[in-house]
Design a binder for this molecule. Structure first.
Ligand code: 5GP
Length: 190
């Protein structure tokens, strides 16, 4: 029987991870994006049930109690979690699942699904990443400090990943990811 594969992407914000993930989904129309649940507010460009399941904190905590998450984390006061049922129903129907989660979430997914392929998207340098965030001017001084600390923490998890892709040129990074996917798509038959 054909079972789906799991491809998990993590990166500090600003590394170009979202663009790379979108490209993977475009190139592989039979893949699905793992829609996480979150308690943060829906942003302008986002859609409920497409980008995230936007739920209340009460509902999120109920899902934790009912053991519905493979993993969950809290960032900047909001909860984010990966739903077990979403993964299992897709892989059993032969669809590969693509995740975009933080580094700790990726490691937890690998603990539950050892066959998952973890891909770390790395910025060419931490300084460039910090500069981009400063130029974006969306964060106050204190939040910037928190985000910088988080970036450094995330970069220290690189060695837990199966593949590290440096996003110096987006096109090269996309090509590299394409090769990783092709290699791991093989042997989909079980
Ligand atoms: P954002 O609020 O910008 O969409 O996401 C914030 C962070 O949460 C990003 O690093 C994103 O990859 C991560 N994230 C999104 N969904 C999940 C999830 O289900 N689990 C974990 N651990 N992290 C997630």
């Amino acid at each position: 029987m054909k079972t789906g594969k799991l491809f998990v992407f993590s990166a500090p914000s600003g590394s170009g991870k979202t663009t790379i993930v979108r490209n993977v989904l475009k190139e592989n129309p039979d893949f699905v994006f793992s829609i996480s649940a979150t308690t943060r507010k829906c942003r302008k460009m986002e859609t409920h049930r497409k980008d995230y399941f936007f739920i209340t904190e009460e509902e999120f905590k109920r899902n934790i109690a009912e053991n519905k998450f493979v993993e969950w984390e809290q960032f900047y006061g909001y909860y984010y979690g990966t739903l077990k049922s979403f993964i299992d129903s897709n892989i059993h129907e032969g669809r590969s699942v693509v995740f975009e989660v933080d580094v700790k979430g990726a490691i937890q997914i690998k603990n539950h699904y050892p066959e998952a392929v973890l891909i770390f998207v790395k910025p060419p340098s931490l300084e460039i990443l910090k500069q981009r965030l400063i130029e974006r001017k969306t964060e106050c001084e204190e939040d910037l400090k928190k985000r910088f600390e988080r970036m450094e923490m995330e970069l220290s998890y690189e060695s837990h990943f199966d593949h590290v892709v440096i996003n110096e040129s987006l096109q090269n990074a996309i090509e590299e990811v394409k090769k990783i996917i092709e290699l791991n798509k093989m042997g989909e038959e079980k």
